[in-house]
Design a protein around this ligand. Sequence first.
Ligand code: COA
Length: 173
Amino acid sequence: MRKEPRHLVDTIEYRPWNRRDIPDLARLARELYAYVESVDPVWRTSPGAEDHLRVHLTDLFTTRLAMSYVACEGEEVIGFITGSITQRPPVILPHRDGLVDNAYVTPYWRGHGIGTRLCHLMLAWFREQGVEEVRIHYQVSNREGVRFWEKLGFRPWTIQAHLWLGGDKKPET
Ligand SMILES: CC(C)(COP(=O)(O)OP(=O)(O)OC[C@H]1O[C@@H](n2cnc3c(N)ncnc32)[C@H](O)[C@@H]1OP(=O)(O)O)[C@@H](O)C(=O)NCCC(=O)NCCS
């Protein structure tokens, strides 16, 4: 039987991603999307999502405007965070800001500070890049996510609203 994760968290290693991590990150991002889908019926994931995520992560990897950090137990990636720097329309300040794309820790390892550590690494990278403001999108129905981001200092700021025009098959919100 595996030990309780709290006895093992000191052995977790944190590092910037490399190209070989992309298939693992696509698989974990797919799990993240399935989790979001389970708490938010409006969020639906398309068939072939993992392939699309692999392409998206490869695009991010090849730009210097993005970074991901991974948490590993031995060879196994158990969590990650991804962020990118976005250019905004010239009329809006700041002209560039940080966008946290995805954050995920596998269920067994949750609640032991791994997500927090990954987020601090991501925020430090943004600071090194001269970024002073960071955004994140998360579902209001994702209670864990809401607590996690608010504990890190993020505050709800804009509201993205949803209206269904597609007839009877409306997702229940
Ligand atoms: C959100 C997530 C990345 C946090 O990672 P983690 O390693 O579990 O987080 P931490 O252990 O660093 O927890 C930090 C704080 O987040 C909150 N939190 C974490 N897990 C929680 C849970 N299951 N329920 C409620 N709050 C929780 C708590 O405020 C916690 O602080 P505390 O332990 O002092 O109470 C992880 O739970 C996860 O992958 N969840 C599913 C996917 C998701 O929601 N991703 C974020 C949306 S993009």
